[in-house]
Design a protein. Structure first.
Ligand SMILES: Cc1cc2nc3c(=O)[nH]c(=O)nc-3n(C[C@H](O)[C@H](O)[C@H](O)COP(=O)(O)OP(=O)(O)OC[C@H]3O[C@@H](n4cnc5c(N)ncnc54)[C@H](O)[C@@H]3O)c2cc1C
Length: 398
C-alpha cells in the first residue's frame, strides 16, 4: 500500500457510506489524496447503535493464521501514521496475554514466523503478567506490543481531520439503496434525495446487508448484539489498575472472555458470546441496546473469580453490534466498477481500522494492493456456495 495522488482521469467524487472504524479512516485517506469525499452516516460517527462506539478495543497483534498475523503486523505502522496525521496517538501498547489451549501452538508459530516478540508464560506465572489473574492450569503467551485501540479518540480525531481537510460529512442521513448506470453510482437517501458519485465505498457495518441487497448482492452477513461491562472502584481515579489486555479462551466449563484497560472508564470485560442476532439480519429498526442484567452478572462473577486485582463493581455497560461473515473473515473488494464493499467485520475489525483506511483508499482508487489479503477477503469467495453458518465465529479460534 502507498499513497497515490488523484490523476486527471481518476474519479473525483467518492461517497463513503458509514462513519465507523472502517469508513472514517478511509474517507480521510481519500480526501487527503485529493478526491472530493462525502461521508454519509445514518446516526453519528461511533454511534452506539452500530459497532464502533465506546472508548477501547482489543488490539491482539496475534492470530493463528500466518497470513492474518502478517496483516496484523502491518497495523502497527498504520496506527502510527494515522496518529501522526490526526495529531494524537490512537492506540496504546499495553501488552496482551493470550491463554487458550487449542489455539496457542498455532498463534505462537504464526507470530514467531513474522517476528512479533512474545514471551512464553507457564500456567502458574500468568499473575506476573496480569497481576491478580487466577492461574487455571493453562499456559499462555504474552505479546508486549499488543494493546488497546483508543476507539473514541481514533474516530473523533479522524472525523475532525476529515472535515478540516474539506471532506463533506452528512450525519443523521440514511442510505436506502445504491445503483449504478453509465459509469456513475447513485446513492438513494430516505426522503427521496439522491447523490451521484464516480465511486462508492460501502462500510455500513450491520447496515451493509440491506444496502448490498439493493445492488442485487446476497452476501451472507449475520449481525449480532454483544455486551461489555466496565469494572473498577468508583472512588478511585482511574477506577482500575492499568493492567495489560487479556484473551482468555473458552474451556468446557466457561465461555471465553476478553478484557482491556479503558482509562477513566475502568477495566472493560466482554464474554465472547453474542446476546442475539439482529432482527431480520440487518440494522433496520432493531435499535434496542439495553443491558442484559444476567449477562452483566455472569461477567461480574468471572471478574470476581479470575481478575482479583480489579474491583468487581459494575461502572457501566455497553451493548453494540458486530457482523459475522459466513467464514469469519472480512468481506472486502470491488463488486461493481463503481462500488467497493468492506463489511463482515466478524467482531474484530477495530484493530485493522487504520490499516483498512489505507487499503480501502487504494482499492477504491485502483492502486495495486496486497494480492494475498484481497484473495482471502474477496466477496467472490462466496460466489458459488457460501459455507453453511453454524454459529458466531469464536475469537482466536479461526
Ligand atoms: C462488544 C463488542 C466488542 C468488540 N471488541 C472488539 C475488539 O476488542 N477488537 C476489535 O478489533 N474489534 C472489536 N469489536 C468489533 C469492532 O468494534 C468492529 O469490527 C468495528 O467497529 C466495525 O467497524 P465498521 O466501520 O465496519 O462498522 P460500524 O461501526 O457499524 O460502522 C458502520 C456505520 O454505518 C452506519 N450505517 C449503517 N447503515 C447505514 C445506512 N443505511 N445509511 C447510512 N449509514 C449507515 C452505522 O450507523 C455505522 O455508524 C467489538 C465489537 C463489539 C460489538
Amino acid at each position: 500500500m502507498h499513497n497515490a495522488t488523484a490523476q486527471h482521469d481518476s474519479p473525483t467524487r467518492i461517497i463513503v457510506i458509514g462513519a465507523g472504524a472502517w469508513g472514517t479512516p478511509a474517507a480521510l485517506q481519500l480526501q487527503d489524496r485529493g478526491y472530493a469525499v462525502t461521508l454519509i452516516e445514518r446516526f453519528e460517527a461511533g454511534s452506539l447503535f452500530a459497532s464502533s462506539g465506546g472508548s477501547s478495543r482489543l488490539w491482539r497483534l496475534a492470530d493463528t493464521e500466518p497470513w492474518r498475523a502478517r496483516m496484523l503486523a502491518g497495523t502497527v505502522g498504520a496506527f502510527e501514521r494515522l496518529g501522526e496525521r490526526v495529531g494524537e496517538p490512537v492506540f496504546r501498547h499495553t501488552g496482551m496475554l493470550w491463554r487458550d489451549v487449542p489455539s496457542l501452538p498455532a498463534a505462537r508459530a504464526a507470530i514467531a514466523a513474522i517476528g512479533i516478540a512474545h514471551t512464553e508464560v507457564p500456567a502458574d506465572e500468568v499473575g506476573n503478567f496480569i497481576p491478580g489473574l487466577r492461574p487455571d492450569g493453562r499456559d499462555a503467551i504474552f505479546v508486549p506490543d499488543a494493546g488497546v485501540v483508543l476507539a473514541d479518540v481514533l474516530l473523533s480525531r479522524t472525523l475532525a481531520a476529515f472535515v478540516a481537510a474539506g471532506g463533506t460529512y452528512l450525519p443523521q442521513t440514511e442510505v436506502v439503496g445504491v445503483s449504478t448506470a453509465g459509469g456513475l453510482a447513485t446513492v438513494a437517501l430516505t426522503g427521496g434525495a439522491e447523490l451521484d458519485a464516480e465511486q462508492v465505498l460501502i462500510t455500513a457495518g450491520p447496515g451493509s446487508g440491506a444496502i448490498l441487497q439493493s445492488l442485487g448482492l446476497d452476501i451472507s452477513l449475520t449481525p449480532y448484539l454483544e455486551q461489555v461491562v466496565y469494572f473498577g472502584d468508583p472512588l478511585q481515579r482511574p477506577p482500575a489498575p492499568d493492567l495489560p489486555a487479556l484473551f482468555d479462551g473458552p474451556t468446557d466449563a466457561v465461555p471465553g472472555i476478553y478484557a482491556m484497560p479503558s482509562g477513566g472508564a475502568g477495566y472493560k470485560v466482554g464474554l465472547d458470546t453474542p446476546l442475539r442476532p439482529l432482527a431480520g439480519g440487518t440494522l433496520g429498526d432493531d435499535l434496542g441496546r439495553a443491558e442484559v442484567p444476567e449477562r452483566t452478572e455472569v461477567i461480574r462473577a468471572r471478574v470476581e473469580r479470575d481478575l482479583t486485582h480489579v474491583t468487581p463493581t459494575v461502572l457501566d455497560t455497553q451493548v453494540c453490534t458486530w457482523t459475522d461473515s459466513a467464514d469469519g473473515d472480512y468481506v472486502i473488494g470491488r463488486v461493481r466498477p463503481e462500488v467497493t464493499i468492506a463489511c463482515g467485520d466478524s467482531g474484530e475489525g477495530f484493530k485493522v481500522s487504520a490499516l483498512l483506511g489505507e487499503l480501502l483508499a487504494d482499492v477504491v482508487t485502483n492502486v495495486p494492493v496486497d494480492v494475498e489479503l484481497m484473495q482471502h477477503w474477496s466477496p467472490e469467495r462466496f460466489a458459488a456456495d457460501a459455507p453453511a453458518k453454524t454459529g458466531p465465529s469464536a475469537m482466536g479460534r479461526h
